[in-house]
Design a protein around this ligand. Sequence first.
Ligand code: F0G
Length: 461
Amino acid sequence: MTDNGAPMPEPYKIKVVEPIAATTREERQAILEAAGYNVFGIPAEKVFVDLLTDSGTSAMSDRQWSGIMMGDEAYACSRNFYRLTETVQRLFGFKHILPTHQGRAAEHILFATIAHSDSQIPSNTHFDTTRANIEHIGATAVDFMIPEGTDPETYHPFKGNIDLERVEEFIKEVGPEVIPICMLTVTNNAGGGQPVSMENIRSLKELLRPHNIPLFIDACRFAENAYFIKEREAGYGTHTIPEIVREMFSYADGCTISTKKDGLVNIGGFIATNIDDLAEAMRNLLILYEGFPTYGGLAGRDLEAMAIGLEEAVDERHLAYRVAQVRMFGEKLAGVGVPVLQPIGGHAVYIDVKRFLPHIPQSKFPGQALTTALYIEGGIRAVELGTVAFTKVDPETGETVYPLLELVRLAVPRRVYTQAHLDYVVQVFAEIVKRKDELRGLRMTYEAPFLRHFTARFEPI
Ligand code: F0G
């Protein structure tokens, strides 16, 4: 809402436009078939509304593009590194800043430094690249989401919270010496873009402190999380977003971040921490894997765009619009009969496919079937987060274990699409709803040995 009561339109005007393709249904049918019924294989130019991810897909502002021209491309100690360092220190309060080319590079360097094969890393929910980087070292990633987080229908203001009791039991069970850090993902992407409360962050720190276990935040969507705290948590309504961000990170000993999300850049990330000897050890690995510690795999211009993007990310008008845009999109989808995960998260709307397509069993990939229908019907690209992405084989029994939730995520890129684009998606869904009982499942014809969802191929049944 604006102060005159009118619904809030986009808080920006458009200076540069990029045409998007219109395709016919016949063309889309042929494109999808050639892509093996996997939307990851569709040329982006053939997508009309691309909701595959909110990562690296943001539109940069005029200030950021100006910043690109201010890149200092010196190998060592470029001006932009100091600008970024000053910005991160002011917003997050951490002493050491190590730039990386994206989030998973930050995770790689952190875990390669602190974890061993017997390490245990608890979290609310590790994102899949975080989990993969932990498991790559032979360590164990453990998720302790609160029970409400696993129910797509109930309302809870902070469904991303970590289950403190289970963390406490876990520390007792395995011993603090095998837990090099505890992680917290804000917002919780794998659990539906749900926020974590300030109270939960503070209490987690209090729980970890006597055991000397540092707390690290996966900060990809830190600004959206701060906005939810302002909106939903008692006592924070009058705080500014930078004040909330500063308090959130005051309970942490460090963070990893992909600035391709809230950081509003197309590539970038960093690790930040207050622990001196850890920073020094990570800097040595950074030189080995990413680059000299003042650029870490990025150009000077990228660091400048990132510093400016982080400032814009905590602008309250930007966040108010962003969160309202995603929420309104979700509510409109629910209004045409699409079961969406509640409450609607910060960066995406998640569809509960088990309730939407109950006639397709998980063995026939109902989430994948929905992503293919969205492309055929409207040139829309979404991502399956269900049977294709998360099915596991029980190492003891050899049995296939399907994930509890079968979701399709419609992620909304920042500052890219207008309300009209999202209304178009709602209309396409309204058509799909009418004929949803006719949708059929798929048969998988190829799968890679790991992370199969990116390259798997299918055929319709
Ligand atoms: N952590 C979270 C919570 C993420 O959502 C992602 C990426 C990463 C870490 C890794 O960052 O891609 O820069 O290496 N999420 C994207 C997504 C890919 O679509 O949700 P990255």
